[in-house]
Design a protein around this ligand. Structure first.
Ligand code: GDP
Ligand code: IMO
Ligand code: MG
Length: 419
């Protein structure tokens, strides 16, 4: 059996949580492969709304096994808050959720370092989620990190040594902080973690695949935030692309099956960094308002703009996307005209390949589409879509060379069309 991958093609918040939940009944196992509590994946069904940060989005349908993979960075305290809130609403995950011993820990001082590095960057700040993601991945790569498996033996000593390194850096930055209470709660959460099954996830997942079980690998963030291929340095610190599912779960490349790439029918970005199709006018405000574009983790207003096909085609290429999933077309129900960037003008040149540097010199070249001016929220069959929306979808398919297999017309699980 092969593992299918589902990932974001833009700057995150494409609607990954919703789609993973919709697809979960077709799988035996759902596994998160990278990122950490910087993610906020929203699911809506039966009038309830849930936002997941570290926990995979496959927990609500049919008691499926969910795994937090080795590629994830993991904050026990935020995890505890998330798991306890779910338990309080009737979703006890202790038997259903497995956690990789190789996932790296986010220590309280990682959060402080995240804030200190951002403060030191001044105007050049990334606009991180402040969850300690970058510092935790930095320690992983520089071989100073602690893993979940480390909590099982001599942990206080290991923790003290790691913390001392962070304290030295924070001292050199003259950064004031007080984490006494946070640290206490964090240690309590490390104990809480032990009621879950901690596993060698690469062995478990490969055994499942050998046994013919189906696995869905869930990504966080999006390709434009990938550490290698995103708009560096305004990116997150992990490989959000399909290859991240291989390294983040221990699945060989020839074990990857379908690659589902999710995109919004327009574009959003939260945090700093370039965004060629960003709108600063009333249309941008309308996208934000109608799409409720506020960060699910930080509450920050998301920047909004038109769909960028130059960037989307690049994302399709680096991920080997086999099926596209389009979200939130309903947000543009009332628009008279819809634009899509098909190329960039840079000086006197027209560029259709996503360039090395994304900066203010880029002027998008737009193709205009007539809006459908109809409510599509209640439509459940592609055939019933207005002609203008079909033309929009089919143009994207032609340009990318990939079929749009799922279209989402509202936040609820039911508001989904599978072709
Ligand atoms: P994720 O991080 O990729 O899981 O996405 P987020 O949950 O951060 O952001 C997506 C937002 O759009 C959430 O508030 C969803 O409830 C909402 N959403 C998802 N699909 C649709 C859709 O098709 N239409 C509308 N209007 N909202 C949607
Ligand atoms: P989901 O999984 C949108 C952005 C931050 C910031 C940059 C680096 O919900 O799509 P970090 O805290 O990772 O060091 O921040 O990345 N960012 C996201 N934006 N959705 C996310 O996750 C994000 N995770 C990080 O805003 O610009
Ligand atoms: Mg999100």
């Amino acid at each position: 059996m092969k593992a299918d991958v589902i990932l974001g093609l833009q700057w995150g918040d494409e609607g990954k949580g919703k789609v993973v939940d919709v697809l979960t009944p077709g799988y035996d196992v759902v596994a998160r492969f990278q990122g950490g509590p910087n993610a906020g994946h929203t699911l809506e069904f039966n009038g309830e709304k849930y936002i997941l940060r570290s926990i995979p989005s496959g927990i609500f349908q049919g008691g499926k096994i969910n795994i937090i993979g080795n590629g994830v960075v993991f904050d026990p305290l935020l995890f505890r808050q998330e798991a306890e809130a779910l338990a309080a609403s009737g979703h006890d995950l202790t038997r259903q959720l497995y956690i990789s011993k190789k996932a790296h820990l986010i220590l309280p001082t990682h959060r402080v370092l995240d804030a200190a590095y951002e403060a030191a960057k001044g105007d050049a700040k990334i606009g991180t989620t402040g969850k300690g993601i970058g510092p935790a991945y930095t320690d992983k790569v520089s071989r100073n990190g602690l893993r979940i498996g480390d909590t099982l033996t001599n942990f206080p000593e290991k923790y003290a040594a790691a913390k001392a390194k962070h304290e030295a850096i924070l001292k050199s930055l003259n950064y004031e902080y007080d984490i006494a209470q946070l640290e206490k709660d964090w240690f309590d959460a490390v104990e809480y973690l032990k009621r879950f099954t901690l596993i060698d996830s690469e062995h478990v997942i490969n055994r499942y695949l050998r046994e013919g079980k189906s696995v869905l690998a869930e990504g966080a963030q999006g390709t434009m935030l990938d550490i290698d291929f995103g708009s560096y340095p305004f990116v997150t610190s992990s490989n959000t692309v399909c290859a991240g599912a291989c390294t983040g779960l221990g699945i060989a490349p020839n074990r990857i099956g379908e690659v589902y790439g999710i995109f919004k029918a327009y574009c959003t970005r939260v945090g700093s960094g370039p965004f060629p199709t960003e709108l600063f006018d009333r249309t941008g405000d309308a996208l934000c308002e109608l799409g409720h574009e506020f960060g699910s983790v930080t509450g920050r207003k998301r920047r909004c703009g038109w769909l960028d096909l130059v960037a989307l085609k690049y994302s399709v290429m680096v991920n080997g996307v086999t099926s596209l999933i389009m979200m939130k077309a309903d947000v543009m129900n009332r628009f008279e005209t819809i634009k899509v960037a098909v190329a960039y003008r840079i000086g006197n040149e027209i560029v259709s390949e996503f360039p090395y540097e994304i900066n203010d010199d880029i002027v998008p070249v737009y193709k205009e589409f007539k809006g459908w001016r109809t409510d599509i929220d209640r439509i459940r069959r592609y055939e019933d879509f207005p002609a203008e929306l079909k033309a929009y979808v089919e143009f994207i398919e032609t340009e990318t060379g990939v079929p749009v297999k799922i279209i989402s017309v509202g936040p609820d699980r039911e508001e989904t069309i599978i072709r």
